[in-house]
Structures are given as structure tokens and as C-alpha cells.
Design a protein around this ligand. Structure first.
Ligand SMILES: [Fe+2]
Ligand SMILES: [Fe+2]
Length: 311
């Protein structure tokens, strides 16, 4: 795995590494005196809708640490260098969002209230470095649309300015994923590419399940979670085309032909709505909860319950 004199020829990943290394910042660069301008319900709503993104920042940081040795084993030295800055980016996003939660005075939604969140991150952890980069691209596109909402609507407020900073980092992540996947795509077999398309559909569907639970909170903050997922799905389609995933064979192998039908979120939504109307009412909306005060927290985090939630 260790190479005494690895190939570090100039490429886009090396340039992204240089960019990332030059723009490091931490929570100490954030103006924490900036106003949040949200009432109690608004603060709770932000804490709730932010939960999947917050877990995503942590998951991306840990996933990158896991993938780093795989890149080294494959001799992908510039990708390996780049990923060290990616790790630092996600670490600071995780850190600043943790401090934001303290400022809001609320905790993220628990896994019990939003099991789709765990299902999503469990799916991201499966497979090898190619699966991971593809999953991270999809997650980064979700994060991009989420942060953009606040970067515009809360331009001079605490979360808006924080979102603007995070978006700059996320744009490097997308450039990395696009570049890496475009290079690797012609070398993947048809079944492998089909599996990546299934993964995309699975992640988008799970994303929609999360937004369905958080819909009321999104409305409090003035946006529609479903509209956001639709935008993400469109963006994912654009990137899938760009990297050659939706073409069979991939572009460098000849004339591309259209292949596969991406998940139809609108149709899925219609079927779910039908199911919901036929199902008897069970319980009210999930509440913000504090696991440290909950008597069944140990049971909730047990392997058996986590496996059931992941199904
Ligand atoms: Fe991030
Ligand atoms: Fe990211």
C-alpha cells in the first residue's frame, strides 16, 4: 500500500487538493454573534430538517477515512491526496453544525423518529470506493440544494452565511466525484453500472421518505421538502449523464444509447399517498427527542433494532 515514490502527476485532483488545502477554515471563523432570526418553532424546524444533512457530514467524514486505504491500494495517489482535504472539509461542517445545534437549543431528530436516515447511511457504507464516490455525489447534491436554500433566504443570518461557506467546499467535492467517476466508468461492466443505477434509485427513494417525515418543518421554514428532492433527482440525472452512467455502453466505448429508466418519484409518491389513505391512522408527528433522557435508548440503539430500522 505504501509507495516510496508515487505518481503525483498534475491532474484535476491535485489541483483540487491545492485549492482545498488553501481554504481551510474552522468554527472560529464563523461570526457566532450573527442573528438566527428564528422563533422557537422555527429553531426546532431547522434542527429537524438539518438532521439528515448533519448525519451526512459525519458519515462522509468516516466514509472518506475508510476509502483512503482503498485508493492507496489502487495506486490512485492524487485521489488519495485530495481526500485528505475532503476529510477536513467534512470535519469542519460537522463541527460548525454541532455548534449551530447548541445555539438553536435543539437536538437532531432521533433515528427512532426518522429510521430512513439510518437506512440511507447504511446504504452509503456498502460496496467499494466507486460505490462510495457515487453515493457521496448524490449526498453532496442533496446537501447543495439544502444549503442553497438558506444561503439565499438567510443571506446575512448565521445559518445563511455558514451555508455559503460550506457550499464552496461542497463544489470541490462534486468536481472530485464527477472527475473520478467519469474516469472509472468505461472500465465498469454492464452489471456494475446497473447496480450503481439501482443504488441511485434507492438513495433517492429513501431521501424522499425522509422529506415526507420532515415536510411540516420544511413548510415552517418556507420551502417544500418534496420540491427539493425533485430538484436533487433532476440534478443527479444531469450528473449521471455527465459521468456516462446512463449511457450503455459508456461514451468512450462507442456511440452511447439511452439505458435504464430512473426512479419515477412522482409515481412513487402517488402510490404512497394511496397506501396512506387506505391505512388506519396511527400516531401524530414525531417530536424532537432527547435520547439521554429516554429509558429505552439502550434498546433503541441495539443491533436488532438498528437492523430492523435499516430494512
Ligand atoms: Fe459537507
Ligand atoms: Fe461533501
Amino acid at each position: 500500500m505504501l509507495r516510496l515514490f508515487p505518481d503525483l502527476s498534475e491532474d484535476l485532483l491535485l489541483r483540487l487538493y491545492h485549492k482545498g488545502a488553501h481554504v481551510h477554515w474552522t468554527s472560529e471563523d464563523i461570526d457566532w454573534d450573527a442573528p438566527v432570526a428564528l422563533d422557537e418553532r422555527g429553531s426546532l424546524a431547522l434542527a429537524r430538517v438539518l438532521s439528515p444533512v448533519y448525519l451526512g457530514e459525519q458519515s462522509a467524514m468516516l466514509g472518506a477515512a475508510n476509502v483512503l486505504p482503498q485508493l492507496a491500494m489502487a495506486g490512485e495517489s492524487t485521489a488519495q491526496l485530495y481526500l485528505t482535504t475532503f476529510l477536513g472539509d467534512e470535519a469542519r461542517h460537522f463541527e460548525v453544525l454541532t455548534r449551530l445545534y447548541q445555539r438553536l437549543g435543539h437536538q437532531p431528530v432521533s433515528i427512532r423518529a426518522l429510521p430512513a436516515m439510518l437506512r440511507y447511511h447504511h446504504r452509503l457504507r456498502q460496496g467499494d470506493r466507486v460505490d462510495w464516490v457515487w453515493g457521496i455525489l448524490i449526498s453532496d447534491l442533496f446537501a447543495k440544494h439544502f444549503y442553497q436554500l438558506f444561503a439565499h433566504s438567510q443571506e446575512n443570518l448565521l445559518f445563511g452565511t455558514m451555508s455559503q461557506r460550506i457550499l464552496v467546499d461542497e463544489s470541490r467535492h462534486q468536481a472530485f466525484c464527477d472527475h473520478y467517476l467519469t474516469k472509472v466508468m468505461p472500465h465498469l461492466g454492464q452489471e456494475r453500472r446497473k447496480a450503481l443505477r439501482s443504488m441511485r434509485d434507492e438513495l433517492l427513494s429513501t431521501m424522499e421518505d425522509m422529506q415526507a417525515v420532515l415536510g411540516e418543518d420544511a413548510e415552517v421554514l418556507g420551502f417544500s421538502g418534496q420540491d427539493m428532492v425533485d430538484l436533487v433527482a433532476l440534478d443527479v440525472r444531469v450528473h449521471a449523464q455527465r459521468i456516462g452512467l446512463d449511457q450503455e455502453p459508456p461514451p468512450t466505448d462507442g456511440v452511447p444509447g439511452s439505458f435504464g429508466k430512473p426512479v419515477d418519484l412522482a409515481e412513487r409518491r402517488r402510490l404512497k399517498a394511496e397506501e396512506d389513505t387506505n391505512r388506519p391512522q396511527q400516531m401524530g408527528p414525531a417530536q424532537d427527542c432527547d435520547c439521554s433522557l429516554c429509558p429505552i435508548a439502550a434498546l433503541c440503539s441495539s443491533l436488532v433494532v438498528r437492523r430492523a430500522a435499516a430494512r
